[in-house]
Design a protein around this ligand. Structure first.
Ligand SMILES: *[C@@H]1O[C@H](CO)[C@@H](O)[C@H](O)[C@H]1NC(C)=O
Ligand SMILES: *[C@@H]1O[C@H](CO)[C@@H](O)[C@H](O)[C@H]1NC(C)=O
Ligand SMILES: *[C@@H]1O[C@H](CO)[C@@H](O)[C@H](O)[C@H]1NC(C)=O
Ligand SMILES: *[C@@H]1O[C@H](CO)[C@@H](O)[C@H](O)[C@H]1NC(C)=O
Length: 179
């Protein structure tokens, strides 16, 4: 079972407590609290214009994560209409353990074949957090609509990592393959 089938299962176990935001550069819908557990894109399935300009060298992403712990990963959809979870088939940031607070990735780079000036696509950030039952996970989704441009930002201190819960124990969650 891969993450996509896990995501479908998670629809049945969605939790209203599931939250994260993308303060930089921003996201499709910063108020999708009630639908953030719906794949893909936290329930918002249409491109929001204008798209965020994405530097071919990679642009920064700031995630503000509200759970005590979880695992986050970033996917990309570069072709098709990006309306199903399966469309987001390019992993662009490997799953990483995360505690509550700010997580700042200085340069998220798009896959080479889509990293061409004026190419458009959708970045999807997915978090898995422990659910109410042991071995259960709640998944959360937010998307960023992008267009590749030399005017896209590169890292210049737009965000920083928080140390708020740095000493908290992290749990290992097999976000990618729960086989
Ligand atoms: C954002 O998502 C919420 C549902 O959680 C919805 O009510 C609202 O209309 C959405 N906003 C936009 C701008 O799409
Ligand atoms: C998205 O693409 C799929 C597969 O080509 C198609 O079935 C679906 O109608 C498309 N949706 C929209 C909103 O264009
Ligand atoms: C990108 O799009 C802009 C605006 O449409 C256009 O002026 C420019 O020539 C395009 N650049 C490339 C490399 O396609
Ligand atoms: C935040 O932490 C991640 C993971 O350790 C690291 O890759 C990244 O460079 C850090 N961000 C900043 C702005 O230092």
């Amino acid at each position: 079972m891969n993450i996509r089938s896990t995501i479908l299962l998670s629809l049945l176990t969605s939790s209203a407590e599931a939250h994260f935001r993308v303060p930089f550069p921003g996201e499709r819908n910063a108020t999708n609290w009630d639908t953030q557990t719906i794949s893909p894109c936290g329930g918002d399935n249409a491109v929001v214009f204008p798209r965020y300009e994405w530097n071919p060298k990679g642009s920064p992403v700031e995630i503000n994560y509200h759970h005590m712990y979880g695992v986050g990963a970033i996917y990309f959809c570069g072709s098709g209409n990006c309306t199903t979870g399966a469309d987001f088939n390019e992993l662009i940031y490997e799953p990483v353990d995360q505690t509550k607070g700010n997580f700042c990735i200085p340069a998220v780079q798009l896959p080479e074949k889509y990293n061409k000036i004026n190419s458009t696509g959708v970045i999807q950030i997915i978090y898995g957090a422990p659910g109410k039952e042991d071995g259960e996970y709640d998944f959360m989704y937010n998307c960023i609509d992008v267009v590749v441009s030399n005017d896209g930002p590169t890292f210049d201190g737009q965000c920083s990592n928080s140390t708020e819960f740095a000493e908290a124990d992290t749990v290992e969650i097999r976000c990618r393959s729960q086989s």
